[in-house]
Write a protein that binds this ligand. Structure first.
Ligand SMILES: [Zn+2]
Length: 307
């Protein structure tokens, strides 16, 4: 099965300042490990296109899109929230990040790739319909899911989010849309400290206590997510792949290891094989300890490309 790998040099130009964990070096660290582990040549490389306003407007309000355009600086930084700054290069990077999900969706829908990984930043899953926050400007995975629904006419789309933080933006965008199932695991009571809605048959939340580790994580996915996904029968599977639950990452305390990411990737690939004609699109969310991030993405991609 061919795995498409999408990225763009613009994603390296968004830099929120020295010492910021969501830094350009994240993408370099991933690429270094993919090269070192011999995975890079197995991937089919694509440049991410820029997202269009129409594609963004499926998941974001005009007010947010107009606001971001109006405050985009020509020099210096503009603060969005406590930890998020807009730079002169942010809109271009965020546009490529969101655009990568559109192209990845088109590639797997056309059968030109079995699955795809979008190695892009800024991440997206905290961006809600009306607000950029938590390092996120546009909700990349939501742009992909909405493209699958609106452009390709699919009726059932799944998003699995295993980032350490609650994907509050993705919840906000799809909470009232039964065509989208969101399965989201995250560490309870850390950023964004939003309490997920009560959940329903298409919003499945698994807040995990600190030090959950591999056992609790895998048990939760097996007990909660996989049966829900098998009931839902998604026509395409999206993954908000955040790797900040790794034991080496200081952003959270969930104590996962590389093999957990390989494991959930195998499980989601199996869901896609049974229900979705193998169509699976994964995109980078968090993951800030550079060595662990590189190894974790390598573990994820090794499974995706059947190495
Ligand atoms: Zn995160």
């Amino acid at each position: 099965m061919q795995t498409a790998y999408l990225s763009h040099p613009d994603c390296l130009r968004h830099d929120m300042g020295e010492g910021h964990p969501e830094c350009p070096a994240r993408l370099k660290a991933i690429e270094d490990k993919l090269i070192a582990f011999g995975i890079f040549p197995f991937l089919h490389h694509y440049e991410a296109p820029s997202v269009t306003r129409e594609q963004l407007a499926r998941v974001h309000s005009d007010a947010l899109l107009d606001h971001l355009e109006s405050i985009s600086p020509s020099e210096d930084l503009v603060q969005i929230d406590e930890d998020t700054w807009m730079t002169p290069h942010t809109l271009a990077a965020a546009g490529r990040a969101a655009g990568s999900l559109v192209l990845a969706t088109d590639l797997v829908m056309a059968g030109k790739a079995g699955n795809a990984f979008c190695c892009v930043r800024p991440p997206g899953h905290h961006a809600s319909r009306d607000q950029s926050m938590g390092f996120c400007f546009f909700n990349n995975v939501a742009v992909g899911a909405a493209h699958a629904l609106e452009h390709h006419g699919l009726e059932r789309v799944a998003v699995i989010d295993f980032d350490a933080h609650h994907g509050n933006g993705t919840e906000d965008i799809f909470k009232d849309d039964p065509r989208v199932m969101l399965c989201s695991s995250f560490q309870q009571r850390i950023y964004p400290e939003s309490i997920p809605g009560p959940g329903n048959d298409h919003m499945i939340f698994a807040p995990l206590p600190p030090r959950s580790g591999s056992g609790v994580f895998r048990d939760t996915v097996t007990r909660l997510f996989l049966p829900a996904l098998n009931r839902f029968r998604p026509q395409i599977v999206f993954v908000s792949a955040g790797f900040d639950s790794h034991r080496a990452d200081e952003m959270a305390d969930l104590d996962l290891v590389e093999e957990d990411y390989a494991w959930i990737t195998r499980e989601l690939k199996q869901v896609a094989a049974v229900h979705s004609g193998r169509r699976l699109v994964s995109t980078l969310e968090g993951g800030y300890e550079l060595q662990a991030l590189g190894r974790s993405v390598a573990a994820h991609l090794k499974v995706l490309c059947d190495m």
